[in-house]
Design a protein. Structure first.
Length: 560
């Protein structure tokens, strides 16, 4: 059996997709607990713990994104218990399974184009890094793939299954992040460009290049989406609304969350326009793509866009419109964080996959000269070979340089020196537990996350800690405390308060994030006891999370 026949057979498809999933999983799943939790992960872990303990979740649009992530986390918490692995496992699996979501797009990418996109998604340093982080972006990428696939297939043949796929992808996107609005706008730009500027004669030829609108004229295509198609469209709308209502209402227990769903867009547009605390230059994402994906992939996507414009190829114009509009939309917004690049990188990689399909047609065209066919084969091969250095960087970053901000996508990541703080916290806590049979009394002034996550999942009683959110502690709180934590901006004031308190304290300084250190004061009595027990040699990290952790009483504000 020839390679072409194998790749087009059911056996070849299963082999291809299985290999891509295994590769993506190999880069994402091992060592999920190596990297300290980012502060945002500490927040997401806390929200999931509230679900795990009390079945309570309240959507807050002012600072946090959609609810889907927390319910996925909850599933793995109940399956495996709360830990860093179970916290990150959902996003890692979503990233590993993303190549499977490309299957409906094989009509427009071909199996070699799909293989290229699946390979690049599997090994992309940014895709891998953020899939190993418990944030919403990986689920947004997965939702965007399904959304685009359903939309394109519906344009070619308006059927119920494609309407439901598109609405399901859209719902998954919106229940994860408000920037799904940008994704939707970019998809419409791509579709509009293909409809307005595309030529139905540019594809659908004997070499097997399917036409986006099945060869229909503009008016015929437009009419086919709506005429006599009310049931698929209605089903899609109902599915989208039901999905959104279910999650934002906290499984039909808190309908105020639906108001928050709409409020969020106004709030986050305000953040985007003002830049809030993350304003960056307009070319930030372009430079990030250049560093992370390299010149070759950017050049390939540019060539794909140019070729689609010259030939007026509808499928190519869709991917080109999606890519360029996503880049322009995100670049125009002052507020920029590196994980948003995934929503630009996705259509860029799809454009590369479409180019592979076009190059494949050139290679197969026996009417062309050998020079052009060999050139196309060389270009096609290079898009696969670029996966080698990308996978090497992904592996190195995941295992060794996860906190090295020389990588532009490593953003205010908790540094590995933070683990020394955890060693000392738990080492002192162990001595208090042995002597007095209880968790230590902690005052945590501002570095609440991710410290709260680690102490709770390692068995400390939540109510023994006071979290002050940047406020200075009272004298009463300090007199009751055995450990006091704060960052540099508060450390001088807190240190003076501890002197005034009159107790004997030992101070240590730890790395938290780039430019941020944590000051920790320990009662001298317990610090000395800890040192006599061996210090950090007696408090080894990593320390396993408890399979069962104490469930605190339901807070009064959640009681009916």
């Amino acid at each position: 059996m020839s390679f072409q026949r194998l790749i087009g057979s059911r056996k070849g498809v299963f082999l291809l997709l299985g290999s891509l999933v295994l590769l993506a999983g190999a880069l994402r799943l091992p060592g999920l607990d190596l990297k300290p939790l980012h502060s945002d992960e500490g927040v997401n872990g806390w929200f999931t713990l509230r679900l795990y303990w009390w079945d309570v979740y309240r959507y807050r649009p002012s600072d946090y994104h959609g609810p889907f992530l927390y319910y996925v986390n909850l599933f793995f918490f109940r399956l495996l218990g709360p830990s860093e692995v179970s916290l990150r496992l959902g996003t890692a699996l979503a990233g590993a399974l993303a190549p499977l979501a490309l299957i409906p797009l094989s009509r427009y990418l071909g199996w070699l184009g799909l293989a290229c996109v699946g390979l690049l998604l599997s090994v992309s340093p940014t895709m891998v890094y953020f899939a190993r982080t418990n944030i919403h972006e990986t689920w947004l990428v997965l939702g965007s793939i399904l959304w685009a696939a359903g939309l394109l297939r519906y344009c070619a043949r308006p059927q119920m299954k494609w309407a439901l796929l598109a609405s399901g992808g859209a719902a998954l996107s919106f229940t994860n992040k408000e920037t799904a609005l940008i994704t939707g706008a970019s998809l419409l730009v791509g579709l509009g460009l293909a409809w307005l500027a595309g030529d139905r004669q540019a594809s659908g030829n004997r070499l097997g290049d399917p036409e986006l609108f099945s060869g229909a004229t503009r008016l015929e295509a437009l009419a086919s989406w709506f005429r006599g198609r009310s049931r698929p469209l209605l089903a899609g709308v109902v599915f989208f609304i039901g999905f959104v209502v279910l999650f934002f209402s906290s499984m039909l227990t808190w309908f105020s969350g639906l108001i928050g769903f709409f409020e969020a867009f106004g709030l986050w547009i305000g953040h985007g326009v003002t830049g809030r605390n993350q304003a960056k230059d307009w070319n930030y994402f372009l430079e990030l793509l250049l560093v992370c994906d390299g010149v070759l992939l950017l050049a390939a996507a540019s060539c794909a866009g140019l070729w689609s414009v010259v030939t007026r190829h509808r499928s190519g114009l869709f991917f080109f419109g999606w890519t360029i509009s996503a880049l322009l939309f995100y670049s125009a917004i002052p507020y920029k964080t590196p994980w948003c690049v995934l929503s630009i990188e996705l259509p860029l990689l799809l454009s590369c996959g479409w180019l592979v399909q076009q190059l494949t047609l050139v290679v197969r065209n026996t009417l062309l000269s050998g020079f052009w066919r060999c050139t196309a084969l060389l270009a096609l091969s290079s898009l696969f070979l670029v996966a080698v250095p990308l996978s090497a960087e992904s592996l190195e970053t995941s295992r060794h340089s996860f906190d090295d901000d020389d990588h532009p996508y490593v953003f205010v990541q908790t540094e590995r020196g933070y683990y020394e703080l955890l060693q000392d916290l738990f080492g002192v806590g162990d001595q208090i537990q042995v002597v007095e049979g209880r968790s230590p009394a902690v005052v945590n002034i501002d570095p609440k996350n991710p410290t709260r996550w680690y102490t709770i999942t390692r068995g400390w009683t939540y109510r023994k800690s006071d979290y002050l959110n940047g406020k200075l502690p009272t004298v009463k709180q300090l007199k009751a405390a055995e450990i006091v934590l704060c960052t540099g901006r508060s450390s001088r004031s807190v240190g003076q308060m501890l002197v005034d308190e009159g107790g004997s304290w030992h101070r240590e300084l730890y790395e938290l994030r780039p430019g941020v250190r944590v000051s920790a004061w320990f009662r001298s009595r317990w610090w000395d006891t800890y040192q006599r027990a061996g210090g950090r040699t007696s408090s080894v990290w990593p320390r396993p999370a408890h399979r069962e952790i104490r469930r605190p009483p339901l807070p009064r504000r959640y009681r009916k």
